[in-house]
Design a protein around this ligand. Structure first.
Ligand SMILES: Nc1nc2c(ncn2[C@@H]2O[C@H](COP(=O)(O)OP(=O)(O)OP(=O)(O)O)[C@@H](O)[C@H]2O)c(=O)[nH]1
Ligand SMILES: [Mg+2]
Length: 604
C-alpha cells in the first residue's frame, strides 16, 4: 500500500488557509522551476479570484519524503460551512489555522466542533505570527478553552501546536526558533496525521465528496478510497444515497498532484482520486465492489437556515439583456446546482417561482452571480430565515456574532443590535482603541445589517457570524428605516429630473438609465415610499438659455451591487437580475395595487 496522509485545512475566513497551501506546494517542490503560478492558486474560479475568498473546497497532493500528502483546502466563510462539513469525513486529520491576532472567531468554533465530533485531533497552526499585534500564547489558550468547551477528549486536548507565517513561508515548533521554512510543519504532518485505515485487500469502498464536470467526459466524482483498489475500465457498483444500485464502468481515473491532473491506471486505499463514467453520480454516493456492495454512511450536513425566492423576470424590461429567461431554464439550472451542493436545496412554490434554501446571503448571492454571468435573467426576493416547528414551538436560527470596532462606536452598535434582538454575551478591549463585542442574535436580525454597520463604524468595523442553533422565535425585529423612491413612468431617466429629485434621498440611477413604472430608483430620506417622475424633461422655451442645462450638478448615484440590493429590499420589493443590470423594483408595479396592499397589511 502507498504511504499516504490526508488532511484538510480549516479555519475562520481569511486566517490564511489558501496561502498556506500555496507554500506547502512550493516548498515540497511540486512546481517545476519555471512554472508560473498565481498567488493563492487553489482559489481557481473567477469569483474566488475577484473576491479573494475560497468558495469551493478543492484538493491537491504533494509528495514529501516519499509520502503522498493529500490536502483539501476549505472555505472559511460561514455560508460555505457545508463544504467543510463534508470534507472533514474524507481526511484523517485537520490543520486548524487560527490568526495569531484575531484568535478564535465564530467560524473557528463551527469547524472545531465538527472536527472534534468526527474524532479528529487537530494540528493547531497559529498563523500570521508576523503581525505586529500577534499574541500567539493568548491564542493557544483560547484554542485550548474552545476545545474544552466543545467536549474534547484528553487526547484531543493534547493537540500539537505550530507557529507560522504562511505568507512568509515559515513554521516552527516554538516561538523562539528562527524563521526558516515549513519543514517543521511537514514533519509534524508526517508524525501526527494517522495513516489511512482500511486495506487494498478489501472490497472497494469509495465515497464522493465533490463533483466536477468536463465537456468530453461528463460528470466526475472526486472521492476518497476507504477500502480496496479501483482501476481504469473496471466495472463497479454505484450506490446512491437512497440505496439505489447501478453497475457501471470506470471510463476515466484521474490522479492529482499540485495543480495538475493526469490519467492513472489504478489507485488504492487512502488515496483521493477523480472518477468518471457514472452519469448519475452525486456527492455522498459510494462506489463499491459489485460482488459485495457495502456503501459508506450517507453524509449528514447541517440544514439550510435562509431562503430566497428566485422567479421568472416579469418586469417590463424582461428578456432584453439575458439569454435564459424561462421557468424551465431556471428550474434546470437550480437542479444542477443542488446536485453539486448538498448544503443547498430548492422547491418550486408556484408558477415560475423557486424557493432556494441555503446557509446565508453570500452563498445565495454567489449562485445568483454565477447565473447572471452564464446569461440568466431572473428576479429574487428578500431573504427569509427558515422557521421550524419543534414540539409545537416555532423555532428560528440564531447566530453567534463577533464584532471588532473602534471603541467610540461600541455604544451605538450595541443599541442598534438591541433593536434587532441581539443579546450581548461578551465585551472585551482588544487594545489599540478597539473593542470586541460578542452577541447571540436571531439570523433575521442580521439580514440587511452589513451596509448599515459599515456606515456606522466608518468602514473600520469588522463583523463575523456563524450558525449557532435553532431557538424559539423571538418576535419582531427592526427593518429598513427608509422608504423607496418609485418611478411612475416608463422610459429613460433624464438628468434634469434627477437633479430636481436628488435632495429627496439617495438616487440609484443616472441619466439615460431605463426605468419603468414601479421600479425603485432611489432611497427616500423619509420612512414612506414616494412615487416620482424621473423622466420629465425641462420645458423647452423658444429662446435657448445658453448652457443652463450643462450647469446642473448630479450627485453620483449609489451603485447597487447584487448583495447591496438583496440586503436593501423589503418584502414588497424584488431585485431584477440580468447579465448587465441589477435593478430594484416593487413586486406590484401598479401604484394602485401597491397602495391597496399596503393598506391591507397596515390594518391586518
Ligand atoms: N500578515 C500575514 N498575512 C497573511 C499570512 N498568511 C496569509 N495572509 C494574508 O491573509 C489574507 C487571506 O489569506 P487567504 O489564504 O486567502 O485566507 P483563507 O483562509 O484561505 O481565506 P478563505 O478561504 O476565504 O476563508 C491574504 O491577504 C493573505 O496574504 C501571514 O502569515 N501573515
Ligand atoms: Mg481560502
Amino acid at each position: 500500500m502507498r504511504d499516504i496522509r490526508n488532511i484538510a485545512v480549516i479555519a475562520h475566513v481569511d486566517h490564511g488557509k489558501t496561502t498556506l497551501v500555496d507554500e506547502l506546494l512550493k516548498q515540497s517542490g511540486t512546481f517545476t522551476a519555471h512554472q508560473e503560478v498565481d498567488e493563492r492558486v487553489m482559489d481557481s474560479n473567477d469569483i474566488e479570484k475577484e473576491r479573494g475568498i475560497t468558495i469551493l473546497s478543492k484538493n491537491t497532493a504533494i509528495d514529501y519524503e516519499g509520502v503522498r500528502i493529500n490536502i483539501i483546502d476549505t472555505p472559511g466563510h460561514a455560508d460555505f460551512g457545508g463544504e467543510v462539513e463534508r470534507v472533514l469525513k474524507m481526511v484523517d486529520c485537520v490543520l486548524l489555522l487560527v490568526d495569531a491576532q484575531e484568535g478564535v472567531m465564530p467560524q473557528t468554533k463551527f469547524v472545531v466542533k465538527k472536527a472534534l465530533q468526527l474524532g479528529h485531533r487537530p494540528i493547531v497552526v497559529i498563523n500570521k505570527i508576523d503581525k505586529p499585534g500577534s499574541d500567539a500564547d493568548r491564542v493557544v489558550d483560547e484554542v485550548f478553552d474552545l476545545f474544552d468547551q466543545m467536549g474534547a477528549t484528553e487526547e484531543q486536548l493534547e493537540f500539537p501546536v505550530i507557529y507560522a507565517a504562511a505568507r512568509d513561508g515559515y513554521a516552527k515548533l516554538s516561538l523562539d526558533e528562527p524563521n526558516e521554512n515549513l519543514i517543521p510543519l511537514f514533519q509534524t504532518i508526517l508524525k501526527e496525521v494517522p495513516k489511512p485505515k482500511g486495506s487494498d485487500e478489501n472490497g472497494l469502498q469509495l465515497q464522493v465528496f465533490t463533483l466536477d464536470y468536463d465537456n468530453f467526459i461528463g460528470k466526475i466524482g472526486i472521492a476518497r478510497i476507504f477500502n480496496g483498489t479501483i482501476s481504469m475500465g473496471e466495472t463497479v457498483t454505484l450506490v446512491k444515497a437512497d440505496g439505489e444500485k447501478v453497475k457501471g464502468r470506470v471510463t476515466k481515473l484521474i490522479g492529482f498532484k499540485g495543480v495538475e491532473r493526469f490519467d492513472i491506471k489504478t489507485a488504492g486505499t487512502g488515496d483521493i482520486v477523480a472518477v468518471a463514467g457514472f452519469e448519475t453520480i452525486d456527492v455522498g454516493d459510494s462506489l463499491c465492489d459489485p460482488a459485495n456492495p457495502m456503501p459508506l454512511d450517507p453524509m449528514h450536513i447541517e440544514e439550510p437556515t435562509l431562503s430566497v425566492t428566485f422567479s421568472v423576470n416579469d418586469s417590463p424590461l424582461a428578456g432584453q439583456e439575458g439569454k435564459y429567461v424561462t421557468s424551465n431554464k431556471l428550474d434546470e439550472r437550480l437542479a444542477s446546482e443542488m446536485n453539486t451542493n448538498i448544503a443547498m436545496n430548492y422547491e418550486q412554490t408556484g408558477e415560475g417561482k423557486f424557493k432556494v434554501n441555503g446557509r446565508g446571503e453570500l452563498q445565495i448571492c454567489i449562485l445568483a452571480e454565477n447565473m447572471r454571468r452564464e446569461g440568466f435573467e431572473f428576479s429574487i426576493g428578500r431573504p427569509e430565515v427558515i422557521v421550524r416547528i419543534v414540539d409545537g414551538v416555532k423555532m428560528e436560527p440564531f447566530e453567534h456574532l463577533v464584532i471588532d470596532t473602534p471603541d467610540e462606536f461600541s455604544g451605538s452598535i450595541i443599541e442598534k443590535l438591541g433593536k434587532r434582538k441581539a443579546n450581548m454575551t461578551n465585551m472585551v478591549p482588544m487594545g489599540s482603541g478597539y473593542t470586541r463585542l460578542e452577541f447571540e442574535i436571531p439570523a433575521r436580525g442580521l439580514i440587511g445589517i452589513r451596509t448599515e454597520f459599515l456606515t456606522e463604524t466608518k468602514g473600520e468595523g469588522v463583523m463575523n457570524h456563524s450558525f449557532l442553533e435553532f431557538r424559539p422565535h423571538s418576535g419582531v425585529v427592526e427593518s429598513r428605516k427608509y422608504g423607496a423612491l418609485v418611478s411612475m413612468e416608463n422610459g429613460e431617466a433624464v438628468g434634469y429630473s434627477i437633479f430636481n429629485l436628488q435632495d429627496r434621498g439617495i438616487m440609484f440611477i443616472k441619466p439615460q438609465d431605463k426605468v419603468y413604472n414601479g421600479m425603485v430608483v432611489g432611497q427616500h430620506a423619509k420612512g414612506n415610499d414616494l412615487d416620482i417622475n424621473p423622466i420629465k424633461a425641462k420645458q423647452q422655451s423658444n429662446v435657448r438659455s445658453s448652457g443652463a442645462d450643462e450647469a446642473i450638478k448630479l450627485i453620483p448615484p449609489k451603485q447597487m451591487s447584487l448583495e447591496n440590493a438583496l440586503e436593501w429590499i423589503e418584502e414588497d420589493e424584488l431585485v431584477e437580475v440580468t447579465p448587465i443590470s441589477i435593478r430594484v423594483r416593487k413586486r406590484a408595479l401598479d401604484a394602485n395595487i401597491r397602495k391597496r396592499t399596503a393598506k391591507k397589511t397596515k390594518f391586518a
